[in-house]
Design a protein around this ligand. Sequence first.
Ligand SMILES: NC(=O)c1ccc[n+]([C@@H]2O[C@H](COP(=O)([O-])OP(=O)(O)OC[C@H]3O[C@@H](n4cnc5c(N)ncnc54)[C@H](O)[C@@H]3O)[C@@H](O)[C@H]2O)c1
Length: 346
Amino acid sequence: MSLVTAKPHTRTTAEKLQLGFLGAGWIGRHRMKALLDSGVAEAAAIAEVSEDCMREAATLAPKAAQVDSIDALIDENPDGIVIATPSAQHAEQALRALSCGIPVFCQKPLGCNHTEVGAVVAAARAADRLLDVDLSYRHTEAMRRIRPIVAGGGIGRVHTVDLVFHNAYGPDKPWFYDPALSGGGCVIDLGVHLVDIALWTLDFPKVKHVESHLSAGGKALGREQSTVEDFAIATLTLETGTIVRLACSWHLHTGKDAEIAATFYGMEGALALRNVDGSFYDFIAERYVGTSCERIASPPDDWGGRAAVHWAQQLARCKHYNPRADEFAEVASVLDRIYGRPVSTQ
Ligand SMILES: NC(=O)c1ccc[n+]([C@@H]2O[C@H](COP(=O)([O-])OP(=O)(O)OC[C@H]3O[C@@H](n4cnc5c(N)ncnc54)[C@H](O)[C@@H]3O)[C@@H](O)[C@H]2O)c1
C-alpha cells in the first residue's frame, strides 16, 4: 500500500465535517442519511464497489466524489471515514484509515476477533484519533433510561442479566453466511450487541468465566470455523458475582420477526428493554418492583443513526482518541471466549 499525501484542508468551526463513506449498502446508506440529516456532516466522497448501491447513495449525496477503494477515499482527505462494508473487512480498513491519521466510525463488529479489534484500538491510540463503533442499542431511549438507574443503584446490586436477540429471518445477504467474509454467525452479528449492552450498563466489570453452546442447523459446533453458528447460548460470570445469560439466533421459530430483550435483575427491582410486537425498531423500557410494572420509555424513538451522529458531533469538537474505545477490545475478548477461541493477550 502506498503512503498517502493528504490534500491540505483546514476546517473552520462553522464548516460541516467532510466525511468519507466506505460501503454504501443497507446500513451504510441509513447511517449516511442520519449523518447528513443531522447537519453535522457532508459526504465528501463515497467508496462503493456495487454500481446499484453507489447509485442509491448518490441520491442522498449527489455532490460526493464517487470512488471505488479506500485509498481513493483517503485521497479525498476526509475529516473522518465511516465504514459499513462486510464485517471481515472492517479491521484492515480501519487500520488503513488510522494509519493516515483519519478518525473512524465503524459498523460492528470492529474486527473478527480480539487480536484484530485490539490492533485497531491500539492504532487509534497511537495515532491519537477518534474511533467509535456502531453499538447502536446503547443509544436507544430505553437503554438511555435504564443505564443511569442501574449506575445510581436504583435497583440495588444487579445479580443477573438476561439478554436475548433472535432474528427470525436471519441476514438476507449471502456474505453473512461465509465466515471468511463475516467472521462468524449470530454471535458476532447479534451477540456483540448483547455483550456490549450488559458490560456497558454495568461499567465493564471483568468477566471471570464464560460457558457457551453454539450450534448450526440444530447441530452442536466445535471450534471449527467453516460453518457459522445460527444459535448460541452463553453464561458469563462477572468478577462482581453477577451472572449474565444470553441467547441469540438466526432463523429461530419465534412466532414473530424478532425477539430482543435485556433485563437487569437487582436486589431491589428490575429494568428491562424489550422490543414491541416483534419489531426490530420499536422498544420499550420497563421498571419492575415485585409484581408492579412501570413504563419508562416508549416508541417512537429514532435511535438507529444516533451512534454515528454522536461520533460526528464528538469529532467536530475534537478528533483525538477517546480511551473508551478500549471497551471494544473487552467485548471482542468476551466474544472470543464464547467462540471457545484461545484468549489473545494483545
Ligand atoms: N450497528 C448495527 O446495529 C448494524 C445493523 C446492521 C448491519 N450492521 C453491520 O453493517 C455492515 C454492513 O451490513 P449491511 O447489511 O449494510 O451489508 P450490505 O451487504 O448491504 O452492505 C455492504 C456494502 O459494502 C460494499 N462493499 C463491499 N466491499 C467493499 C469495499 N472493499 N469497498 C467499498 N464497498 C464495499 C458492498 O457492495 C455493499 O454495498 C456489517 O458489518 C453489519 O454487521 C450493523
